[in-house]
Design a protein around this ligand. Structure first.
Ligand SMILES: Cc1cc2nc3c(=O)[nH]c(=O)nc-3n(C[C@H](O)[C@H](O)[C@H](O)COP(=O)(O)OP(=O)(O)OC[C@H]3O[C@@H](n4cnc5c(N)ncnc54)[C@H](O)[C@@H]3O)c2cc1C
Length: 365
């Protein structure tokens, strides 16, 4: 999908191709600026790109969700024209001894269940309570994140945005008047403005006053996918474990993926664990037990295959982004991306030029 690249100087250079940078890049391009996006991954989408697994393609690479934001839901539906719908089959589970008490995500009881999350501070619990207030419901892409990324890819292909994949940004430096020198793994590009995000990782920054020291922090997000058999009577599609010692969240992502598999009772479940959990067979075995207890697997279901991922949340926080921006006197611009829906809501008012795409694309799945 990479367009022909013949660029030595661009107006805007983006590091990474997560959804929010993609939308920002499209907006810049529609306003007549030359845009180059560089990503060391082999596909676009960053943490939202999908993977191939267990003979299925377009599998959500992790448990994903949209934090509550009416603006983001409206923007995605109305401007990007990717269907975002109220989530069905989403529950919270409270463990009391060997029993699991389930409540629908948007029920009043669910809010009280969320208070049982002992790992959050009291302020965090109140915030969660307000954010996930009963009745508000939860919204997600009808076709999962693969449908969103496919939509963004179509928009990029119709635009003048250039993307260079499998290319690493090694250094940003401010040697040239008004320009940032961007050292890539395979060359050098000069940019009037460089856009960085929470997910940017660059080995060296040399700003206008010399080296910029950036504090990166590591936030492990252990995750697993399991392929399970004999799921005949499952009604629960998503479950938040409010007080489990290992599990945080599980999501049945089978219906978002593509496969030639003809057995609908085989399901792919994505699971997110607490940061300190590390890979072992007992952890995977216990996951099956929990899926059975909350109704996402039947009593005779078995794990056919599994895949563990030790991923990390973005390592730059807001303070680090500000440090870099100030080191480059405004030529390096931070874009806040740590929450997809909130990032969209923050910028949606500026992205009205993206309406140009509405109706110009075939319906997404
Ligand atoms: C597994 C996972 C699941 C998540 N789930 C959710 C969720 O459900 N909801 C939510 O709101 N948020 C979620 N997040 C938070 C996530 O941080 C944001 O949604 C968002 O993806 C961050 O966007 P980003 O573009 O900054 O970074 P990323 O999405 O991480 O993308 C950064 C991209 O830039 C590339 N890159 C970085 N540095 C360089 C370099 N030097 N040279 C070349 N390429 C580079 C990376 O390879 C990557 O492809 C999740 C994060 C992770 C890791």
């Amino acid at each position: 999908m990479t367009n022909e690249l013949d660029v030595e100087q661009v107006d805007c250079l983006f590091i990474g191709t997560g959804p929010i940078p993609l939308l920002e890049a499209l907006n810049e391009s529609l306003q007549g600026r030359s845009v180059l996006m560089v990503d060391d991954a082999h596909v676009i989408g960053g943490a939202w790109s999908s993977i191939s697994l267990f003979g299925y393609s377009e599998v959500e690479n992790a448990v994903h969700y949209l934090l509550p934001s009416e603006t983001a839901v409206t923007f995605l539906n109305e401007v990007i024209a990717v269907p975002v719908v109220r989530t069905a089959g989403k529950f919270r589970a409270l463990s009391v001894g060997r029993r699991r008490f389930m409540t629908p995500y948007d029920s009043p009881a669910s809010a009280f269940f969320s208070l049982a999350n002992r790992r959050e501070s009291m302020l965090g619990r109140v915030r969660s309570l307000l954010a996930g207030a009963p009745g508000k419901g939860s919204f997600y892409f009808a076709g999962g994140s693969p449908s969103f990324i496919a939509r963004l890819q179509s928009m990029i292909e119709m635009s003048r945005v250039q993307i260079r994949l499998q290319t690493k940004v090694l250094e940003l430096s401010c040697e040239e008047e008004e320009l940032v020198r961007v050292t890539l793994s395979d060359g050098i590009v000069f940019a009037k403005k460089v856009i960085i995000t929470h997910g940017t990782k660059i080995p060296a920054y040399r700003g206008i006053r010399g080296s910029v020291e950036v504090a990166e922090s590591l936030h492990p997000r252990p995750a697993a996918h399991v392929l399970i058999s004999n799921c005949r009577s499952v009604k629960v599609r998503e479950c938040i474990f409010v007080n489990d010692s290992q599990l945080k969240y599980v999501h049945d992502v089978t219906d978002f993926s593509s496969t030639f598999e003809s057995d609908p009772t085989k399901r792919i479940i994505a699971a997110a664990f607490h940061p300190e959990v590390s890979y072992s067979y007992p952890v995977i075995d216990r996951l099956l037990g929990e899926l059975q207890k909350v109704g996402m697997a039947d009593s005779d279901s078995r794990i056919l295959d599994h895949h563990w991922q030790s991923v990390y949340l973005p390592s730059l926080d807001d303070a680090a982004l500000r440090t870099i921006a100030s080191g480059f006197a405004g030529r390096v611009i931070p874009l806040r991306t740590e929450s997809l829906s909130h990032g969209i809501a923050e910028n949606a008012y500026r992205w009205s030029s993206l309406l140009a795409f509405k109706g110009a694309l075939p319906n997404s799945r």
